[in-house]
Design a protein around this ligand. Structure first.
Ligand SMILES: [Zn+2]
Ligand SMILES: [Zn+2]
Length: 64
């Protein structure tokens, strides 16, 4: 099965629509400081492999 980096729009139950973090192609809730999506099924997925544990960690990760 292909990975799920396709059209979707996860929503935080408390804060509404997630913010797309383009660098990781993943939606996050900044207020909750958590990703709204689990990593996809593709073990080789570059987006998910590089994704920090929390959205707030993004700024600590040096750019590639
Ligand atoms: Zn939230
Ligand atoms: Zn992925």
């Amino acid at each position: 099965m292909a990975n799920k980096h396709n059209k979707r729009h996860p929503v935080c139950p408390d804060h509404g629509p997630g913010l797309l973090i383009e660098r990781y192609d993943a939606y996050a809730c900044i207020e909750c400081d958590r990703w709204l999506e689990s990593e996809c099924d593709d073990q080789a997925c570059a987006f998910c492999a590089m994704r920090p544990a929390k959205p707030s960690d993004i700024s600590k990760v040096p750019p590639p």
